[in-house]
Design a protein around this ligand. Structure first.
Ligand code: TTP
Ligand code: MG
Length: 369
């Protein structure tokens, strides 16, 4: 049987790389992106850090004050998380990745599995070439680096992607799987967290090789049948789980850059109307109705602003879409002094008619969130 060719693509130091993108002048400094709890100036945790900051020992989850201490004399930059911005970038990257996949499954804001078996003709050499062109396409279009693992299944692809970072590419062919996994600590397997690792350690299981050789009955006695079988198969690099889009998108949006920065309503509306037309055309054939209409305004300083309005009844009227977008943009310009650089329109809060359920599901599955 032909082996599958599966990739896991994981963007490097994602939130911090997004910050470098909007402000390239900080690229050579340690960057720490933080979730501030707001209690005191420095309370909260590190979300992520660029690789320069990681050299000083800064890690995701670390208290902010500790990261500051480690970077005391390092000319570092501490920034608050800006999820809206990261999600917009993530959406763009995911669109690029989809173009490389037979089957696509996003698993986090900066991670996705791609099944490329068909287009690689089952060949890992071809799979590697695809990964190389995917990396250069993401670099060209989104100016971001990522790390990729190519393997016969999801479990091994994930471990492979983690092997070399940042900007890494690790290919593990079916013949190489067991040798690749054997020396690694069990904690590298998905599903083996601190607690499980400690329980395994107590049984004398440290490496994935140890796990693959461990007596199955004893493993079942400790972890139960389902988990034990999963661990056993995973330790041998066996995994049949398919790469498939999961869940449904909860919104559809279109974003575009204005010809020049502006706060002139009529000029901004030309673009907004176009985006409304695009959204309307995309959903018209599937008869989707929605209750919430939103706008996204990315201003000259690259900050992201959103406004939305929820209607009383679901609509699919282009007139309502354009009218509401106009109302929201007008209000935004009136309330703020920003100049708009990019404009977006978003619909969400879908109402679904029972008879169109399948059609709707299949449509939304293929669309951008
Ligand atoms: P990861 O892919 O785990 O981390 P990363 O992209 O920052 O670094 P790399 O892949 O190069 O090792 O997570 C993706 C994003 O999720 C990350 O940029 C920030 C966020 N995140 C948190 O907010 N808290 C966390 O504890 C982790 C691990 C990630
Ligand atoms: Mg990442």
């Amino acid at each position: 049987m032909q082996s599958r060719v599966v990739m896991l693509v994981d963007l490097d130091y994602f939130f911090a790389q997004c910050e470098e993108l909007r402000n390239p002048s900080i690229k050579d400094r340690p960057i720490v992106v933080c979730v501030y709890s707001g209690r005191t100036e420095d309370s909260g945790a590190v979300s992520t850090a660029n690789y320069i900051a990681r050299e000083y020992g800064v890690k995701s989850g670390m208290p902010i004050f500790l990261a500051k201490k480690k970077l005391e004399s390092a000319n570092s930059v501490f920034l608050p998380v800006d999820y809206v911005f990261y999600e917009e970038i993530s959406g763009q990257v995911m669109d690029t990745l989809k173009g490389f996949a037979d089957h696509f499954e996003q698993v986090g804001i900066d991670e996705a599995y791609l099944d490329v078996t068909q287009r690689a003709n089952g060949s890992f050499e071809e799979g590697q070439k695809l990964a190389v062109s995917l990396k250069s396409e993401v670099l060209r279009r989104q100016k971001l680096t990522c790390s990729i693992g190519v393997a016969p299944n999801k479990i091994v692809a994930k471990i492979a992607a983690d092997t070399k970072k940042p900007d890494g590419l690790t290919v593990v062919t079916p013949e190489q799987v067991t040798v690749f996994l054997a020396p690694l600590p069990v904690s590298r397997l998905i599903g083996v967290g601190t607690k499980t690792r400690e329980r395994m350690q107590a049984l004398g299981i440290n490496t994935i090789f140890d796990l693959s050789n461990y007596d199955m009955q004893k493993l079942i006695a400790v972890f139960g049948k389902t988990l034990a079988m999963y661990f056993h198969d995973a330790s041998l690099g066996m995994d049949d789980e398919l790469v498939q889009e999961r869940g449904e998108a909860t919104s559809i949006s279109r974003i575009s850059t204005l010809k020049h920065d502006s706060r002139v309503l009529s000029f901004i509306l030309e673009k907004a109307d176009q985006l409304c037309d695009e959204i309307h055309a995309t959903i018209a054939k599937d008869r989707i109705e929605y209750k919430t209409i939103g706008i996204i305004v990315i201003t000259t300083d690259m900050s992201v602003h959103t406004r939305s309005k929820t209607l009383e009844n679901p609509t699919d009227s282009l007139e309502t879409l354009k009218g509401t977008a106009k109302e929201l943009l007008e209000k935004f310009l009136y309330q703020t002094e920003y100049e708009a650089r990019r404009i977006g329109v978003k619909i969400s809060n879908f109402a679904r008619e029972q008879k169109n359920q399948t059609q709707l599901t299949s449509f939304i599955k293929g669309s951008k969130g």
